[in-house]
Design a protein around this ligand. Structure first.
Ligand code: PLP
Length: 389
């Protein structure tokens, strides 16, 4: 049975064009790009070509792109680099809704003597920029704020954030893992110092990411070893995945506008249909500044994992903010930070679409969901009281 895959913020299908571009590097083109011989040298040139393709997607210079193994490594490297480059300062600012790649990294730094400010968000997931401005002190070494939230799709105003942070002379990193390929990002106009992206969120493979580091930014490597990436990230390159990431960026740039009109229309049909057919739904997150592929909806008095299991019977893939399904012991820290009631967090479902999502996928979900919610609510003592609106 074909999967109805609506979990693209977790991972995306690798594009056929990307697989095709990668294949030779698992076969005949196996040389080491650092080797002196022509056999390896030709691969070095292909890597530089991919670097150029990635740079073009965000309007960076190729030598501002460093390859990493994933978004998490890019995030960790960015913040660690700022701390190591400026060891006398001990204060980091981030938000309560970051991905664990930033939040848990910051928690580790607290144990090493750093103070961390986690900026709050309001009930629609938005930041108050006055909180940011007043949190910056002479001791602040780095600010790390995400571009777009993976759970709700809420987009932060990184341009305004950047002008506040840069006016105070502090290093700014943005985790743009969910933004790159979905939103037009131009680092020539956006004064961030570092920006993270990840291959498997944009139809490239898992195990590859990149970190943009603006020319002139003090940089201290996280991975120490050989001279790869001009000494900024040691380790033999994941050649096939890097070539694939380059191709994925070319495709994202080419189809971004066209795709996102289509994806938004599908997402809106899905969301509107669920709002009309399921009693008492609640959309989590600011619907005005939001990724066009994401909707996060709560159905109170129903367990998110129960919904996912029922969807799974029809091979429909989505995510939930409830604890068990997210692989953690705690329900979504993002929805908690937004003050979403626990009954609604437990019944939250995220659908995230991609260029491969179809009308048929959405119609099947719209057919199944009302029945699932109705049946599950009938099993719940509180749910039975929720009346159709
Ligand atoms: N940052 C955000 C916003 C993400 O959504 C993710 C992955 O879900 C990551 C970082 C981590 O990326 P990776 O899975 O490539 O390590």
């Amino acid at each position: 049975m074909k999967a109805i895959y609506l979990d693209n913020n977790a991972s995306t299908r690798v594009a056929d064009e990307v697989i095709e571009a990668m294949l030779p590097y698992f076969g005949t083109l196996y040389g080491n790009p650092s080797s002196m011989h022509t056999f390896g040298g030709q691969i070095h040139r292909k890597i530089e070509n991919a670097r150029q393709e990635i740079a073009e997607l965000i309007n960076a210079e190729p030598d501002e792109i460093i390859f990493t193994s994933c978004g998490t490594e890019s995030d960790n490297t960015a913040v660690m680099s700022a701390l190591q480059s400026n060891p006398q300062k001990k204060h980091i600012i981030t938000t309560k809704v970051e991905h664990p790649a930033v939040i848990n990294f910051c928690k580790t730094m607290v144990r090493k003597g750093y103070e961390v400010t986690y900026l709050p968000v309001d009930k629609s997931g938005k930041l108050n920029l006055e909180d940011l401005e007043s949190a910056i002190t002479d001791n602040t070494v780095a600010v790390s704020i995400m571009y777009a939230n993976n759970e709700t799709g809420v987009i932060f105003p990184i341009d305004e954030i950047a002008s506040i942070v840069k006016s105070k002379g502090v290093m700014l990193h943005t985790d743009a893992v969910q933004g790159v390929g979905k939103l037009l990002i131009d680092v020539k106009k956006l004064p961030v110092d570092m920006l993270s992206l990840s291959g498997h969120k944009i139809h490239a493979s898992k195990g590859v990411g990149a970190l943009y580091v603006r020319k002139g930014t003090r940089f201290s490597p996280y991975m120490i070893g050989g001279h790869q990436e001009k000494g900024r990230r040691a380790g033999t390159e994941n050649v096939a995945s890097i070539i694939g990431l380059g191709k994925a960026c070319v495709l994202a740039k080419k189809y971004m506008h066209e795709e996102h009109t289509k994806i938004k229309a599908l997402r809106d049909t899905l969301e509107q249909g669920l709002l009309e057919s399921c009693p008492n739904p609640r959309i989590n997150g600011d619907t005005e500044h939001r990724l066009t592929n994401t909707t996060n909806i709560s159905f109170e008095y129903v367990e998110g994992e129960a919904i996912l299991l029922r969807l799974n019977e029809d091979n429909i893939c989505a995510s939930s903010g409830s604890a068990c399904t997210s692989g953690s012991l705690e329900p979504s820290h993002v929805l908690r930070a937004m003050g979403v009631p626990f009954t609604a967090i437990h019944g939250s479902i995220r659908f995230s679409l991609s260029r491969y999502s179809t009308d048929e996928d959405i119609n099947i979900v719209l057919d199944r969901m009302p029945k699932i919610i109705k049946e599950l609510r009938e099993l719940s003592p509180y749910g039975r009281e929720v009346k159709a609106t």
